[in-house]
Design a protein around this ligand. Structure first.
Ligand SMILES: [Zn+2]
Length: 575
C-alpha cells in the first residue's frame, strides 16, 4: 500500500473524550472514528488489525474442530421469550419493532438463535459433539459507553457454542476451547493469563477469563509463577496458614501515639514494621450489623471474602461517627481489647504475638497484645486480598500480581438454554436428553485495543507482528531524488512479491514528520531509504520495539527482512 493512496489520517491532537491510551492512539492513528456514542467506523488502518485478529481466531477455532456460521444481528422476540431473557434482560438489550409491529432486538449474544438451529438440525447423539461459531457484530446498549473499542455499544465478537450429550463431553469441549484460546492469544503476540472466574468450584473451574496483561487494566489479578493458577485478586484464595503464634513474651502496655493514625504513621512512630501491627477495621453490613475485622498491618481487607463469610450481599467500612460510637475513640485508634463487637480475624493474625493495636482511646495504642490472653476472636478466616509474593494455593510456588484486560471468556453453560428451548437428542439408550452447552467469547476489537494498552510508548503504538496492520514500513526520505525513489519502489515491489504486508511512505513531507508518524502508527519493522545510505549501498533498518538502527546491504535486504518478519510471526506460535 502506498501512503499517498491510503486513508491514514494521523493527528497530534488527543481527542477530549479519550481517557485511556488505546482510545487516544486509535483516534490519533485514524484507526477508528466515532459515529455515535459507543459506535465507531473501523477505518482502513484499524480494520486491518481487526482482520488479522479475526484470521488467527478463525484458524484456531477451525483447528479445534469448531464450525463457522453466521447468525443475524436482528433476532426475534419469540426466541428470547422462550429462554425468558426478553423479560429478564435490562435496557442493554436494544429492542425494536418492524413495520408489522413484530418485536426484535439487536443481538448482544446468540444462545437462543444457535440453540434454535441445533434443536432443528441435531436429532441424534451421533451428530455430536458440535461447536458452532461466528465472528459478528453485536450490540449492547451500555448506559455509559467509553474507552473507545474497549467498551463500545456496537462491537465485533467471536462467539462459539458447544453442544454435547453429557457433562463429560461438555468438559472435553471446554478444554478444547481453553487450549484454542491459549493458542489464539499467544499467536496474537500478547502477554496474557487465563484466570479462573469461578472459584466456588474447587479443583476445577467451569469458567475462565482470558486477560491481556497491561498496567492500565481494569482487573487486578494474581498468577502463580510455577503452575497455571491465576485468579482475580477479588477471588484469589489463599492457603490456610498452619502456623501457630509464638507464646506471648511482652506485657500489654499503653503508649501515647498522638496524631498517629495510619498504619504507616504508627509503625514509623514506634519504629516497628507495619507487619507487627494489627489493624482493626469496623464494617457495616447491608443488614446494619457491625463487625470488627483484624488484619495484619500490611494486609488489605478483601470485602468479597468477608461478605461471603458473613453471608451478606454488601458491606462497607463504617463511618467515622459509627466507629467513634462503638470504640469511644476517633477513627484510627480502634482495637480489639475490650471491644464489644463481633470480632473476626484474618488467618495471618493467628500467627502473630506481642503485636500493636489501637487502644480505643484517642492518641493511644497498645503494645505487647496477644490473642486469647488479652481478647478472643470468633474465628480466623481467609479475609485478605492476595498480593505479590503470597504462596500459591495450588502448589508451592509464589503468586505474582498483574493488571489485566478481559478479552475472552470460556464458560460452561450447562442445560439452561437447551432445556428452555427443548434442544434434546436421543442418547445411546434412546433416552431423550437436554444438550449440555458451553459458550466461548472473544472481543475482537477489544483484543486490538488491549494489545495497544499492552504495547505502546510515549511516541505511539508498538504492534506485535502478528496483528500489525502492516508488517513493514518503507520510508522514502526524499521522493524527488530519483535514486531514492527507484530503490524504494524496487524494495517495495520485491517485498510484496515475497508476501510481506508493506506500507510505502511515498509522501513528499519532511523526514521529521514522517518519522513521527512512523513512531505513532508503530509498524514493527521500518526501513528508511535515503541518499546517504544508498551511497554506501545500504538501507537503514529499525525495529519499532527495539529502536536501534542498523544498516543492511541493499543486495541482501529482501531476504533479511523477509526472515525477520517470519521469525517475529513465529515468536508467539505455541506449536
Ligand atoms: Zn502454583
Amino acid at each position: 500500500m502506498r501512503y499517498t493512496q491510503y486513508l491514514l489520517p494521523t493527528s497530534k491532537e488527543t481527542p477530549a473524550d479519550a481517557e485511556i491510551t488505546s482510545h487516544k492512539l486509535m483516534m490519533r492513528t485514524g484507526m477508528i472514528r466515532k459515529v455515535a456514542a459507543g459506535i465507531y467506523s473501523y477505518m482502513p488502518f484499524g480494520l486491518k488489525a481487526i482482520r488479522k485478529v479475526e484470521q488467527i481466531v478463525r484458524e484456531e477455532m477451525n483447528r479445534a474442530g469448531a464450525i463457522e456460521l453466521h447468525m443475524p444481528m436482528v433476532t426475534p422476540a419469540e426466541l428470547w421469550n422462550e429462554s425468558g431473557r426478553w423479560a429478564q434482560y435490562g435496557k442493554e438489550l436494544l429492542r425494536l419493532r418492524d413495520r408489522k409491529e413484530n418485536e426484535f432486538c439487536l443481538g448482544p449474544t446468540h444462545e437462543e438463535v444457535v440453540t434454535d438451529i441445533v434443536r432443528r438440525e441435531i436429532k441424534s447423539y451421533r451428530q455430536l459433539p458440535i461447536n458452532l461459531y461466528q465472528i459478528q457484530t453485536k450490540f449492547r446498549d451500555e448506559i455509559r459507553p467509553r474507552f473507545g473499542l474497549m467498551r463500545g455499544r456496537e462491537f465485533i465478537m467471536k462467539d462459539a457454542y458447544s453442544f454435547d450429550v453429557d457433562d463429560a463431553g461438555a468438559d472435553a469441549a471446554y478444554e478444547k476451547m481453553y487450549q484454542a484460546y491459549r493458542r489464539i492469544f499467544s499467536r496474537c503476540g500478547l502477554k496474557f493469563r487465563a484466570v479462573e472466574a469461578d472459584t466456588g468450584n474447587i479443583g476445577g473451574s467451569s469458567s475462565h477469563e482470558f486477560m491481556v496483561l497491561a498496567e492500565s487494566g481494569e482487573d487486578a489479578i494474581v498468577s502463580c509463577g510455577s503452575c497455571e493458577y491465576a485468579a482475580n485478586v477479588e477471588k484469589a484464595e489463599l492457603k490456610l496458614s498452619v502456623g501457630k503464634a509464638p507464646a506471648p513474651v511482652a506485657a500489654t502496655q499503653e503508649v501515647a501515639t498522638p496524631g498517629q493514625k495510619s498504619i504507616d504513621e504508627v509503625a514509623a512512630f514506634l519504629q516497628i514494621e507495619p507487619s507487627q501491627l494489627v489493624k482493626t477495621l469496623i464494617v457495616t453490613t447491608d443488614t446494619d450489623e457491625q463487625v470488627a475485622v483484624l488484619l495484619r498491618g500490611d494486609h488489605e481487607l478483601n470485602e468479597i471474602k468477608l461478605c461471603r463469610y458473613l453471608g451478606c450481599n454488601h458491606l462497607e467500612l463504617s463511618s467515622d461517627e459509627a466507629v467513634e460510637k462503638v470504640t469511644g475513640a476517633p477513627s484510627g485508634y480502634a482495637g480489639p481489647v475490650g471491644l464489644k463487637l463481633r470480632l473476626l480475624a484474618d488467618q495471618a493474625v493467628q500467627e502473630m504475638a506481642d503485636f500493636v493495636v489501637g487502644a480505643n482511646k484517642a492518641g493511644t495504642h497498645l503494645t505487647g497484645v496477644n490473642i486469647e490472653r488479652d481478647f478472643k476472636v470468633e474465628a480466623f478466616a481467609d479475609l485478605r486480598q492476595a498480593e505479590n509474593g503470597d504462596p500459591c494455593p495450588r502448589c508451592s510456588g509464589k503468586l505474582e500480581s498483574w493488571r489485566g484486560i478481559e478479552v475472552g471468556h470460556v464458560f460452561k453453560l450447562g442445560t439452561k438454554y437447551s432445556e428452555a428451548l427443548g434442544a434434546t437428542v436421543q442418547d445411546e439408550a434412546e433416552q431423550e436428553r437436554a444438550l449440555v452447552m458451553g459458550c466461548y467469547g472473544i472481543g475482537i476489537g477489544r483484543t486490538v485495543a488491549a494489545s495497544i494498552e499492552q504495547n505502546n510508548d510515549e511516541n505511539g503504538i508498538i504492534w506485535p507482528m502478528p496483528i500489525a496492520p502492516f508488517q513493514l514500513l518503507i520510508t522514502m526520505l526524499n521522493p524527488k531524488d530519483e535514486a531514492v525513489r527507484d530503490a524504494s519502489e524496487k524494495l517495495y515491489s520485491e517485498l510484496m512479491d515475497a508476501g510481506i504486508d508493506v506500507l510505502l511512505d511515498d509522501r513528499d513531507e519532511r523526514p521529521g514528520s514522517k518519522f513521527k508518524d512512523a513512531d505513532l502508527i508503530g509498524i514493527p519493522i521500518r526501513v528508511t531509504v535515503g541518499a546517504r545510505g544508498l551511497q554506501e549501498d545500504a538501507f537503514e533498518v529499525q525495529e519499532r520495539a527495539v529502536g536501534e538502527r542498523e544498516m543492511i546491504p541493499v543486495a541482501q535486504a529482501v531476504q533479511t527482512l523477509t526472515e525477520r518478519v517470519a521469525s517475529a510471526l513465529e515468536a508467539g506460535d505455541l506449536s
